[in-house]
Each structure stands twice: as C-alpha cells, then as structure tokens.
Design a protein around this ligand. Structure first.
Ligand code: HEC
Length: 161
C-alpha cells in the first residue's frame, strides 16, 4: 500500500466498500425472501397436502375472515405473521423456522393450560392427533409457507353457527 498514491488508495477502499455493500444487499435480500415468500417447494407441498386441511377444519372457523378470536387470523401467511392481540398488545404467534418459539405449536400441544388450541369444548379435549401436530411442527420448521389461495373453513352446518 505504501506506494499507492492517495487517489488509488481511495479507489481500493471504495471498491472494498462496494463489495461489502453488495454482499450486504445480497444477505439482506435472501433473509427478506425467507421471511415473506420462501422459495420452498417442499414446504408448500406439505402445506397443500397436510396443513391447509388442518387449518381449514380446526382453526380458520375461529381465526379467519368471519371470526378473529384473540384478534388472530390464520387464513393467510401474512395474517399469521401479524399475530393476534391481547388488549392493546400484539401477540406474536409464530417464529417461522423455530417451532419451539412458536405459540401455535405450544397451543396445539396442549401442554400449557392457558393456551390450548383448538380449545376444549365443554371440558372435552379437542387436541389434534399426534400426526397432525407433527406435520404442523415440521411445517413451521420449514418456514410456514402457504400456497397461493387463502385457507377457507368448510361451510358450517346451520346448528353450529
Ligand atoms: C372454537 C374457536 C377456536 C378455534 C377452533 C381455535 N381457536 Fe385459537 N383462540 C380462540 C380464542 C377464543 C382465543 C383467545 C382467547 C384465548 O387466549 O383463549 C384464541 C387464541 C389463539 C391464539 C393466541 C392469540 C392471541 O391473540 O391471544 C393462538 C396462537 C391460537 N388461538 C391458535 C389456534 C390454532 C393454531 C388453532 C387451530 C389448531 C385454533 N387457535 C383454533 C378460539 C379458537
């Protein structure tokens, strides 16, 4: 470096800075992609085969377009990431990639009496099957991707409304 003129040294430094910032944009870009719509064919396949029906039949009736218990909607990924509300406080319900930090996984496991989902009805447990819980856990681990269409609850029988 000793023999470089001032001008050249500046160029070397700015080239290094440019390299860092390009790398930075690249890293930030891929993190952002992982957060919104992961290019994750395996996860989307699991979603369509297993997760959509679980959410449709067990969650979206209370956490969807018609009702938002706990101010939470689960019919789209965006809504799920937004979370619920407890009074004025946002309740984060999922940490994509980390089931152990995801309230939805805690809730379906029925381990914490304060949050059991789907909620017991007349004291009777409505806990999902081990297989369904395993699939949900795997899906969260894969980043919880959704498919293109929102999750729709099946139409309810009139007496259930
Ligand atoms: C029969 C209606 C009903 C169904 C079905 C249901 N929930 Fe809930 N859920 C609630 C109610 C009511 C609350 C808010 C009160 C509470 O915390 O118990 C809630 C709250 C939650 C919360 C906390 C969010 C917040 O803002 O407090 C999570 C997470 C959740 N539900 C996940 C689920 C999942 C996952 C399913 C499907 C497996 C599901 N729920 C199915 C009624 C339901």
């Amino acid at each position: 470096m000793g023999r470089l003129t001032k001008g050249t040294r500046w160029m070397v430094l700015s080239a290094a800075a440019a390299t860092f910032s390009i790398a930075g944009v690249f890293v930030a870009g891929s993190a952002a992609r992982a957060a919104d719509a992961p290019a994750n064919p395996e996860g989307v396949k699991l979603f369509e085969a297993k997760i959509r029906p679980i959410l449709a039949q067990n969650c979206v009736g209370c956490h969807g377009p018609d009702k938002q218990k706990g101010k939470l909607r689960m019919d789209t990924r965006e809504a799920l990431l937004k979370g619920g509300m407890d009074e004025e406080k946002v309740v984060k319900v999922i940490e994509p990639g980390d089931p152990a930090k995801s309230m939805i996984i805690e809730a379906v496991n029925y381990k914490n009496e304060d949050i059991q989902m789907p909620p017991p009805k007349k004291k009777e447990s409505r806990k999902l099957s081990d297989e369904q819980i395993k699939d949900l856990t795997e899906w969260v681990k894969l980043g919880a991707p959704y498919g293109e269409k929102p999750v729709e609850a099946p139409p309810k029988a009139a007496d259930e409304k």
